[in-house]
Design a protein. Structure first.
Length: 194
């Protein structure tokens, strides 16, 4: 189950085989069935997750309404930075959107891995920078792009969202209602746009 992570570490940071063995030792696989929770609101997010297989949906409740914030697919890391770094309870929930395997790196094991494998620190920095860039781009698109343009961007650059995420969650991610997304999809499917 660690093969995708090992491949990514090798490609992104040139981590040696002996260091890769440390990574395999410290990341622990967690198998989840569809709709099974990995973490719930009020608990501490004391780990970093890597999706080895499947999809993990992250959502929160605001004013009694469930809002999907993001979905992570294969080869993506995730955590709640506030909860992880400040040891506070999370306001988010993470649940398997489909049968999934998540490789979990606890805070304790992360500290051990960083001490024993300096190359992993470089890899972690690269991944953190990538995550920050993705978040900034998504925020900019939500601020400036029309909903139709946000949807078209997902179609072109992140097709897993459109193929694997149910309409109501996809609409949340795009910042629109499910009805609006249905209208956009219908309009784009019409012969005028083909």
């Amino acid at each position: 189950m660690t093969e995708p992570l090992i491949k990514l570490c090798r490609e992104m940071a040139g981590i040696s085989d002996s260091e890769l063995a440390l990574i395999e030792r410290y990341f622990k696989p967690v198998r989840l069935k569809r709709k099974q929770f990995l973490i719930t609101e009020g608990k501490q997010y004391d780990f970093i997750g890597f999706v080895s297989k499947g999809a993990i949906r992250h959502f929160t409740f605001r004013d009694g309404v469930e809002k999907t914030c993001n979905v992570n697919f294969e080869n993506q890391f995730f955590t709640d930075f506030e909860s992880f770094y400040h040891s506070t309870p999370t306001t988010n929930n993470s649940v398997a959107l489909e049968d999934s395997v998540v490789l979990v790196l606890s805070k304790t094991n992360r500290d051990l891995l960083l001490a024993e494998c300096p190359a992993f620190e470089r890899f972690a920095r690269i991944m953190s920078e990538w995550a920050a860039q993705q978040a900034a781009e998504r925020a900019a698109r939500l601020t400036w792009d029309r909903p139709e343009d946000r949807y078209l961007h997902l179609l072109e650059h992140e097709p897993d969202f459109v193929r694997r995420v149910p309409l109501k969650y996809l609409a949340n991610i795009l910042g629109i209602s499910a009805e609006s997304l249905s209208r956009i999809r219908k309009r784009l499917a019409s012969p005028v746009f083909s």
